[in-house]
Ligand binder design. Structure first.
Ligand SMILES: NC(=O)c1ccc[n+]([C@@H]2O[C@H](COP(=O)([O-])OP(=O)(O)OC[C@H]3O[C@@H](n4cnc5c(N)ncnc54)[C@H](OP(=O)(O)O)[C@@H]3O)[C@@H](O)[C@H]2O)c1
Length: 212
């Protein structure tokens, strides 16, 4: 598939490399292409463009930008360029405030997630929450002693979730579909839980597994 990754940070770079490794075409979107010069040098098949060019290029897009600006970034990328498309939302609603004893602060609340805000504002986009509850270095085919980790996903469009599940299969994850957009109220705070061992003990290599 043609994958448009909107972002230039650790998540964008890791997922961009992962999609290329699995044979997809990739364009990375940023306001500052210089930020991706090293990545582009290491991944000559990957392209770098603006937010708009990346959204237009995408058959499937990934949002990998700072949570506080993600709605602005969708507008900047051009809503029409993403309408009707599957868009993986890897963002987290982390507030511009320091963590308290290792616990991040969110600008959303337990009755309204960032994914729901995006889905409400951009109703024609098929958002799927995924990749938000694990660190960038473990997103692509991670190897854990404890076995295959679980990626929790949600979204209102069943076909879009099937596409994302097939990508997660390629990326070495078991997928747990938690249902509609409201489930992001529970999936987004997994990021807080995931980060606590990192902030408290500098332990950033772990993932969640759903045992049945
Ligand atoms: N880091 C992780 O391990 C991890 C894991 C799971 C989920 N996440 C979530 O994934 C998202 C990306 O995280 P990250 O660590 O890779 O990068 P990040 O530092 O959170 O975000 C960098 C991206 O945000 C964009 N950005 C920042 N301020 C902006 C503004 N005012 N206007 C427009 N764009 C702006 C930048 O655009 P330019 O390229 O144009 O500068 C850049 O692409 C975040 O929501 C994060 O919470 C992160």
């Amino acid at each position: 598939m043609k994958i448009g990754i909107i972002g230039s940070g650790d998540v964008a770079k890791a997922l961009g490399a992962g999609f290329l490794k699995h044979g997809h075409e990739v364009m990375m979107g940023t306001r500052e292409p210089a930020k991706l010069a090293d990545w582009a040098g290491q991944h000559p098949k990957g392209r770098v463009g603006s937010f708009t060019a990346t959204a237009a290029f995408a058959e499937l897009a990934v949002l990998a930008v700072k949570g506080t600006v993600v709605a602005d970034v969708v507008r900047a990328a051009g809503v029409a360029n993403l309408t009707g498309k599957t868009v993986i939302d890897a963002t987290n609603p982390i507030a511009d405030a320091p963590p308290a004893n290792g616990v991040l602060k969110f600008f959303t609340n337990l009755d309204e997630s960032l994914l729901e805000r995006l889905q409400r504002e951009f109703a024609g986009i098929r958002f799927v929450k995924a990749f938000n509850s694990v660190g960038a270095t473990s997103m692509v085919n991670p190897q854990f002693k404890g076995g295959q980790p679980t990626m929790f996903i949600c979204g209102n469009d069943e076909a879009a979730k099937k596409v994302v599940t097939s990508i997660l299969d390629q990326f070495g994850w078991e997928t747990a579909d938690m249902g509609q957009a409201e489930a992001a109220r529970a999936i987004e705070p997994l990021c807080m839980l995931w980060c606590i061992p990192g902030f408290l003990r500098n332990d950033w290599v772990h993932a969640f597994k759903l045992l049945k």
